[in-house]
Ligand binder design. Sequence first.
Ligand code: SF4
Length: 414
Amino acid sequence: MDALDAKYPFFAAAREAVADAAVSLPELVAADAPAVERGRERVERALLDGTVESESGAFPEESAHDVQAELLSYPVARILVSLLDSEPAIEKYAAAEAATAIDRIREDLAADDELRSVSTPTVGLDDVLAEFDLDDAVRPESPRGGPAAGAGDVGTGAPGVEAPGRAPAHYWIDVGPYLRLTSPSWGESWRLVNRALADGAVRVSRDELLDAIEAAVEDRVREGLPFELAAGEGIAAELEAGVADLKRLLSERSYAGPVDVVAPELFPPCMTNLIEKAERDADLAPPESFALMAFLVGIGMSPDEVVAFCADTSLDAEGIRYQTEYLADDRGTQYPPPTCETLANYGICHNEEDHMQVAADPLAYYEKRVADAEEITDWRDREGGEDGGSDRGDREGNGVKRDAGEIADADGTE
Ligand code: SF4
């Protein structure tokens, strides 16, 4: 087991390292080893913050003991998330593992490009592509503009192999893997009809290639989940307290319920910026569209309402439906938008006027603004607003305007 296994625990080598170590997970759990608490933190951070990075921010570098705990926390987390018995929890967990992994991969590649040393072992792009059987399917762009055909064609080495300091800006990926790993729901520009195609390959920027790799990581993590574990027996019984803890945390987060009023003028700046970006017809990166969808669902909008709200943006209806349907579950805002801290790490939050002081996440910030507002006309009741007026009628009678205090009372957000 080494630090690279702990950094990328879903890589085949890491799985082999766990198998070779012949560690018994039931014994580990019974002994309440550090990997168990870290596994619980992994799931908690995934579901509440969209990342599996440790809250301490420290990645184990030297101590073999810590590296082992970090690596083993991954199989423990997979068992815990299986025991939560919730499909959206599994989706969100896999997305958070992938988001964390791609951040680490970006950091590794940057270190490689700049020839700087970092404290943990790093991977190169060729390692990552080989890990997902993409080494033959992805080629750097040749100086002539098409997919590189062979060694020497790219001027920096063989196809798929990067020379330090000269990372190509574009790559060509075979159509099959492109269609498997990307989704038109990411924006119009991802549709095949809007892409340059040559020799059965699709042109992507380096950033877009990393988005596709993130999807490959997510698929890898998602594979095999949930495990079938008999409740109340063996390892499931040992982990009962941890699972109960996670369920309690999730239900606390969903206790207040959605604020259920749509007042775009009160949205936090991060969400307004994302909406304005999409209205300029610019594509939103996956973390951006996830944050926006989680926010809109979190304030109580139905998938139909979100589709109508985003009608004049680069976001397409099919993608919106896919994302919102898995974010919205019967228990309300169980899967809230990532915290302000996480959004700041993604460059989505600029913490205007230091308002991060006011709330820890965009939903909480919006709820405060709604509670402070004197009178609000819900977007769904405005002329030209969403056509779901009949739904609104079911909830609120025919009142066009709602008193903000009444909203806060009804939702228990005061
Ligand atoms: S501080 Fe929070 S609510 Fe404000 S812009 Fe940043 S992420 Fe959004």
